[in-house]
Write a protein that binds this ligand. Structure first.
Ligand code: MUC
Ligand code: MG
Length: 383
């Protein structure tokens, strides 16, 4: 055992939490989320929690809840036990040596480590990440019921509650003409009241994007997320040059590693990066990707993989430390789930998420809620 806070134990469990309504994306619909929750114990310190959530099994990217849990139990936890918990960079290097890729799995472990060390020191996690620069961020909501009337009703309610006035629409599952009609109807219904964005989740080829993005922009969409496949930098580059200043192009699946960020920056293939702690492989690496964005005059957006309050608060801590060129965040995961695993959620006030303070991620995790949704108890099969 070495260092001030030797790592003593790491556990990973899969939870199954239903969503409040089906959530439809270009590659399918989900009616439950299956986050992997990590708990990490330090010998002379506190315990910390981390989370990695993905969407639709291995259909958002290569990792699934089952692969994340397995990577942690079989490969990541064994190389960290007995190591100094305070040395985050060394912990990441050991995980990289033991295991290629598997960014989601690594992020959940790093998150639990940072939470545990921050709690042991009595500090909010953001203080170990450079300190807070934002106290709140505009909070988007995703309209993804697939039905115009229901989407509009949902948006009107959230506007009236002063919770959200940025709405993201998930498109790409239907014919592009139908998507344009759907988005235009919603845009007419919300005219002058909201900012509209779309996420195509890689569904279109370059030609389809070149043809159907202009009518979406005419309808009032100002931020376009991942219209083409993650590898299709040539199409992103052309779109960035031709769409003009009325809308920004945002990379999501295309920007995971630091090298992805460099390549996008060099080729000027997007104006905004959607930052997500899971796909970047942790809180520290999220800040590194944000630094590349800042150096290249690319804005950032605080993305989500629909985490519970654990992953959402952890993300909020690192987002709170980033630079001024942002487009808000979408850490609404807890509101899409029927219930949560903490005693109090982050506060939403005047359309903004109030960014939490510590110690750790500033949460009280409810063990009974972890047990209630634990797959070992729910017995549910992978989606
Ligand atoms: C994604 O691709 O952005 C985030 C919000 C949402 O509705 O889906 C996700 C994933
Ligand atoms: Mg996306």
């Amino acid at each position: 055992m070495t260092g001030r806070f030797p790592i003593e134990r790491i556990e990973a469990r899969i939870l199954d939490i239903p969503t409040i309504r089906p959530h439809k994306l270009s590659f399918g619909a989900i009616s439950r989320q299956s986050p992997v929750i990590v708990q990490l114990w330090l010998r002379h310190g506190a315990t910390g929690f981390g989370e990695a959530a993905t969407i639709g099994g291995p259909s958002w990217n290569e990792e699934s809840p089952e692969s994340i849990q397995h990577a942690i139990q079989a490969y990541l936890a064994p190389v960290l036990l007995g190591q100094d918990g305070g040395q985050f960079g060394a912990a990441l290097a050991r995980m990289d040596l033991a295991c290629k890729g598997n960014a989601f799995a690594k992020s959940a472990v790093e998150m639990a480590l940072i939470d545990a060390v921050a709690r042991s020191l009595g500090l909010p996690a953001h203080q170990l990440l450079g300190g807070k620069r934002h106290h709140s961020l505009p909070l988007a909501w995703t309209l993804a019921s697939g039905d115009v009337a229901r989407d509009l009703e949902e948006a009107q309610l959230r506007l009236a509650q002063k919770r959200h006035r940025i709405f993201k629409m998930k498109i790409g599952a239907r014919r592009p003409e139908d998507d344009v009609a759907h988005v235009s109807q919603i845009a007419r219904g919300l005219q002058g009241q909201a900012t509209l964005t779309v996420d195509v989740n890689q569904a279109w080829d370059g030609a389809t994007a070149r043809r159907y993005l202009p009518p979406l922009i005419d309808a009032g969409v100002t931020l376009i997320e991942q219209p083409v496949a993650k590898w299709n930098l040539a199409a992103l580059q052309t779109l960035s040059q031709t769409l003009g200043d009325r809308a920004h192009l945002m990379a999501d699946e295309s920007v995971c590693t630091l090298q992805d960020a460099m390549q996008l920056a060099r080729s000027q293939a997007s104006q905004v990066f959607s930052l997500k702690v899971a796909k970047h492989g942790g809180l520290l690496r999220t800040a590194q990707v944000a630094a590349v964005a800042e150096a290249a005059d690319i804005g950032w957006y605080g993305g989500t993989m629909l985490e519970t309050s654990i992953g959402s608060a952890a993300s909020a801590h690192v987002f709170s430390t980033l630079g001024p060129q942002h487009h808000g965040c979408e850490l609404f995961g807890p509101q899409l789930l029927v219930d949560d695993v903490v005693s109090e959620r982050m506060v939403i006030r005047d359309f903004e998420l109030q960014l939490p303070d510590g110690p750790g991620f500033g949460l009280t995790v409810e063990p009974s809620q972890l047990d209630r949704f634990d797959r070992a108890r729910t017995g549910l099969r992978p989606v």
